[in-house]
Design a protein. Structure first.
Length: 335
C-alpha cells in the first residue's frame, strides 16, 4: 500500500519535499502538486511526474486519491490550510515552524485530532543521524547543563524568497525561520526538563526584510540549566555549529552545506569529548528520513517523532522569544 501524496506550495522547500517523495516511491505515490502560480505547478508536475496539478488548494483537497499533504507555504498560512486539510481527512506534514504561536498550534492539533489524521512538523534537525547519535550519548555524558547553538548564514537580497520580505508572512523572520529549528533541537536535548523563561534580543540589519535578521535567545530550564541560540542572516561564510556541555563531557557538532545539496540538507561532523565520531554526508539524507517518518507513521497508524504535540513546547519558546525581543524583558513560559 502506498500513500497518495500532494505537495501544497512548490517553492524551494516544496521542491525538496517533492524530491524526497520521489526517492520514496516504494511508500508514496505523488498524486498532485499545488501552487497558486499555474506555471510553477505545471513545471513541478512535469519534473516529478505528478498525476495532476492544481492552482487551487480547495479543489486539490477534494481529490479523493490524495490521503496526505505537505504544507510548504509562507508561515502565515500554515494554520488555515492545515485545518482545511484536516477537515478534508488528509494527513498533514507542515514545514517548520508548525505555527506562529500556541493558539494557532492548539487549533491545528484540535482539528487534526477531531478528524483523526496525523499532524507532523517538519523539524528536520531531528532526522540528522549525527544529531540523533548525539542525543543517545547523553546516557553516558549525563544531562546537559549548557548549550550554545549558532546558526549564522547570509540571506542575500534578490536571492531569498520574495515572501521573506514580509513580517506578516514570516511571523518575524529570523526567530521563526531558524529559531524554530535550533529551539526544537535544544528542547529535545534537554528533555524531560521544562523551560521556565526566555530572554531574547533581536536586530534588523537589512532594510530588505521587514522582520529581524539577527537574534540571540537565552533559555533557562527548571533545574537551572541553560541554553543560548544565536541566529543570523548576516554571516558569510556561514557558521553553523553547536557545543553541548554535560557532567561527563561535551558534544560539538558542525554543519557544512555543499553546493550539490538541496536546501535543508547538510554534512555534519560530530565530536564527543574531542573525538571525531561521525562526519560527512548521510544516505538517505535527513529530508528523506523526515518524509519516510511521515509516511511510516501513516502506514503504521502511529504518531511520528516530530508530531505536533511533541514540538508544541518549541512553539511556545518561539512565541516567547518574539515577545521578549519586542518588549526587551524576560518572559515566563506557560505551556
Amino acid at each position: 500500500m502506498k500513500v497518495g501524496m500532494a505537495v501544497i506550495g512548490c517553492g524551494r522547500i516544496g521542491q525538496v519535499h517533492l524530491r524526497s517523495i520521489a526517492k520514496l516511491s516504494n511508500l508514496a505515490n505523488l498524486v498532485a502538486v499545488v501552487d497558486s502560480c499555474e506555471e510553477i505547478a505545471i513545471k513541478s508536475a512535469n519534473k516529478f511526474s505528478a498525476k495532476r496539478w492544481y492552482s487551487s488548494i480547495d479543489v486539490a483537497l477534494e481529490d479523493e486519491e490524495i490521503s496526505a499533504v505537505v504544507v510548504a507555504l509562507p508561515h502565515l498560512f500554515h494554520k488555515d490550510v492545515t485545518i482545511k486539510a484536516a477537515k478534508a481527512g488528509k494527513h498533514i506534514l507542515v514545514e517548520k515552524p508548525l505555527a506562529l504561536n500556541l493558539a494557532q498550534t492548539d487549533a491545528m492539533i484540535e482539528a487534526c485530532e477531531s478528524a483523526r489524521v496525523i499532524l507532523m512538523a517538519g523539524q528536520s534537525r531531528r532526522y540528522f543521524q549525527a544529531l540523533q547519535h548525539a542525543k543517545t550519548q547523553l546516557e553516558n555524558l549525563g544531562p546537559p547543563f549548557s548549550l550554545n547553538y549558532i546558526w549564522a548564514v547570509y540571506a542575500e537580497e534578490g536571492k531569498a524568497p520574495e515572501w521573506w520580505r514580509s513580517k506578516d508572512l514570516t511571523g518575524g523572520l529570523i526567530i521563526p525561520m531558524l529559531g524554530s529549528h535550533t529551539i526544537d533541537y535544544t528542547l529535545w536535548m534537554f528533555e524531560p526538563r521544562r523551560p521556565v523563561n526566555v530572554y531574547a534580543r533581536a536586530y534588523s540589519n537589512h532594510n530588505y526584510f521587514e522582520g529581524d535578521d539577527e537574534a540571540i535567545i537565552f533559555i533557562t530550564f527548571d533545574d537551572g540549566s541553560m541554553a543560548v541560540n544565536h541566529l543570523s542572516h548576516n554571516v558569510k561564510p556561514r557558521v553553523h555549529q553547536g557545543l553541548i556541555v554535560c557532567p561527563h563531557g561535551n558534544i560539538v557538532f558542525k554543519h557544512d552545506h555543499l553546493p550539490h545539496q538541496p536546501v535543508g540538507v547538510d554534512s555534519i561532523s560530530l565530536w564527543i569529548n574531542g573525538n571525531l565520531c561521525m562526519e560527512g554526508e548521510q544516505e538517505p539524507d535527513n529530508m528523506v528520513l523526515e518524509m519516510k517518518e511521515f509516511l511510516d507513521s501513516i502506514l503504521q497508524k502511529r504518531l511520528p517523532l516530530t508530531s505536533a504535540n511533541a514540538i508544541r513546547g518549541g512553539i511556545s519558546i518561539v512565541e516567547a522569544a518574539e515577545l521578549s525581543a519586542k518588549e526587551r524583558k524576560i518572559i515566563s513560559i506557560v505551556q
